[in-house]
Design a protein around this ligand. Sequence first.
Ligand SMILES: [Zn+2]
Length: 192
Amino acid sequence: MSLERDLHKRSGSKCELCSNTENLTVYEVAPQKNGGLEERVLVCGTCLEQIENPDAMDANHWRCLNDSMWSEQIPVQVVAWRMLSRLRGLGWPQDLLDMLYLEEEVLEWAKATGEGAPAEDQIIHRDSNGVVIEAGDSVVLIKDLPVKGSSMVAKRGTAVRRVSLDHENAEYIEGKVDGQQIVILTKYVKKL
Ligand SMILES: [Zn+2]
């Protein structure tokens, strides 16, 4: 049995968020429990890119949630809730969120990735001195760090420019060292 085929059947071969019919892929709604149909959504390339990259958000695209948030499909409701939460500062997404009622356990699932958490619950990345690191900041390594899966060692004193943050874990940031994207523990860096 193919999950993808079942999802095409469920959605009528349309993006379950914006109804686009091109570039459809299966999106696994994290965190997964059993990985079944009930934890997946068929999405188009445009939706997928923006779900995965908050920096690429085109707010107008998500007007589609006006319709799709009423989907009977729980995973679609979860993704709709997360996207609206991400955009709620704009006003209209907050209005939609106010109308969107989720069962308690569904809401819990929706909140599990930290999307839409109030500021004090948000994951904050701090360097070895407790200074807050934001996406795009530069840091310097305070320790020689072996790079997982390679023989490379990122040397102490190496500057890493324009880091990105792991949105699920406050201890990890990512950046390029010698042209290679690596994951770095925040306790081994100092913000520049
Ligand atoms: Zn879409």
